[in-house]
Design a protein around this ligand. Structure first.
Ligand code: UN1
Length: 503
């Protein structure tokens, strides 16, 4: 674990940005080998209050920094992440269990969003309008909100936080991060990397708040009227709780929740692209991305040949230590996840699902953590209850279709609406899929799988996925408040709508 040293991970780490924590001890065990990596002292309510106080004080100064100057700090954060890509990528892989390639990829996503945010810091544009009144000027401008609470999930333990915080910072906000208690060390490592840059630039202490702890920290953030925006990534169950608590105080919630993503494989698909896209989408990150491909909706004429190619591809998958770059699939995050995987397999069988690639938990040499499972494939009917749910594991459901309308109806017929794609070389099919009559998801792709979105687009989805958009495009607007300004430089006071009012 040589990669821990450059990241300043100690045996027992403070779980709050203020330095001393008084909550319980959280031990982080690697799903890779089941070993204890290090521990974190979680925050209690008084630690949380101290972080809030620092954040409030920091905001009054940080919001006055010109946005491009804030961008310059984010540029240096990007440089620090580049310098630490290897150890941080390894820690992500070791603490979370994703393959080393994907661990590096996740850090690359952080670097990319930094670059994006730097450019954006000079582009926080508002519109200007023509006033209906003479010698009046009307325009809009964007101001920061204040404290942004960020709740992130274990599966992208560093990237999702960076999408939120880099944008929030260039907008002039301060952030308080509650990372998943399953991956606290990734958060501690990020905090250390960034703290150095902030210090060097004399950034007010408190813009980078960290509060590690359990569910209660999420509840504090959601109910706290001092936090105008809570951005939460995780399960739909968690998102409903956060959304309700934030909504009850009329705060803003940015929710990025579960997906149940499908690929439609048309008879006009390029089979190689379709198989590669489907397999990476289904087994990448061991099926633990919110964009993971969970369903394949395959045209009946190519169903058997796609099914055979898939089973051949699955036979070649190497499951094992994700730090060994020869392996494709690492472990699930913990034994609870393994239990949910087993439950889903049982439920699927019970409803009539037929497994063409069997699942199961691996044991023996190299699998001592008990978290390694076999990626599996079941033939199902779209109406099965289990098919409507998101199981965070590498279980792929196959369904048959006849007409494109039917395929789109199946694709849209689940409560979630994150990512979707169609594999086709037929222009009419592709365009229909992207049209108003097509996919109802936040992300709709053609000849690309459902996962692995670039940071430049807005990321998020509809329905139970929560409706929020993070990362690229104009997602920054969620982190700011819009102000409409009208200025009268005439010698009169004409009223809008031509109203006459004389006193
Ligand atoms: C998530 O799973 O929470 O599109 C985020 C992707 C990644 C992000 C996934 N860029 O798969």
């Amino acid at each position: 674990m040589d990669f821990l040293a450059p990241l300043n991970i100690a045996e027992l780490n403070a779980g709050v940005s203020t330095g001393t924590a008084h909550g319980e001890r959280i031990e982080s065990f690697s799903p890779v080998d089941g070993k204890l990596i290090a521990a974190v002292q979680a925050a209690d309510k008084s630690d949380y209050e101290a972080v809030i106080a620092k954040a409030q004080a920091a905001f009054t100064e940080w919001r006055t920094w010109p946005a491009p100057k804030r961008g310059e700090v984010v540029r240096q954060i990007g440089e620090a992440l580049r310098a630490n890509k290897e150890p941080l990528g390894k820690l992500v892989s070791y603490e979370m269990g994703k393959s080393l390639q994907e661990g590096y990829g996740e850090v690359q996503e952080m670097i990319d969003i930094c670059d994006f945010a730097v450019g954006l810091s000079r582009q926080l544009y508002g519109l200007s309008m023509h006033s209906e009144r003479p010698a009046h000027r009307m325009y809009e401008q964007w101001h920061p909100l204040g404290i942004v609470g960020i709740i992130s999930a274990f599966n992208f333990p560093v990237a999702v936080w960076s999408w939120n915080s880099m944008l929030a910072w260039i907008c002039g906000n301060v952030c308080i991060w509650k990372p998943s208690e399953k991956t606290p060390l990734c958060a501690v490592a990020c905090h250390h990397i960034i703290a150095e840059v902030l210090k060097r630039n004399n950034v007010p202490d408190g813009i980078n708040g960290l509060v590690i702890g359990g569910r209660e920290v999420g509840e504090w953030l959601s109910a706290d009227t001092r936090i105008p925006l809570v951005s939460a990534t995780g399960s739909t169950r968690m998102g409903k709780a956060v959304g309700a608590a934030v909504g009850a105080r009329l705060g803003r919630a940015l929710l990025e929740l579960g997906g149940n993503n499908a690929i439609i494989i048309s008879k006009h698909a390029d089979p190689d692209i379709a198989i590669r896209g489907a397999v990476f989408g289904a087994v990448g990150t061991a099926g633990q991305r919110c964009t993971t491909t969970r369903r394949l909706i395959i045209h009946e004429e190519v169903y058997d040949s796609i099914k055979n190619k898939l089973t051949t591809a699955y036979r070649q998958l190497r499951i094992g230590n994700p730090l060994d770059e020869n392996n494709h699939v690492g472990p699930l995050i913990d034994k609870d996840a393994v239990m949910l995987y087993n439950k889903a397999l049982e439920a699927c069988k019970k409803e009539g699902g037929k497994f063409i690639v069997e699942g199961g938990v691996l044991d023996g040499d190299g699998y001592e953590s008990g978290c390694y499972v076999k990626p599996c494939i079941a033939e199902v009917e779209p109406h099965y209850k289990i098919v409507e749910q998101e199981t965070f594991a590498p279980i792929l459901y196959l369904m048959k279709y006849n007409s494109l309308d039917e395929a789109i109806a199946i694709q849209n017929g689940v409560p979630q609406g994150l990512s979707s794609s169609i594999m086709t070389l037929n222009l009419r099919e592709a365009e229909q899929f992207l049209s108003v009559n097509g996919s109802d998801c936040g992300i709709a792709n053609v000849n690309i799988g459902t996962s692995g979105a670039e940071i430049g687009g807005a990321f998020g989805g509809e329905k139970e996925t929560g409706g929020g958009r993070e990362s690229g495009s104009d997602a920054w607007k969620a982190y700011m408040r819009r102000q409409t300004n009208t200025i009268n430089y005439s010698t009169q006071l004409p009223l809008a709508q031509g109203i006459k009012f004389h006193v």
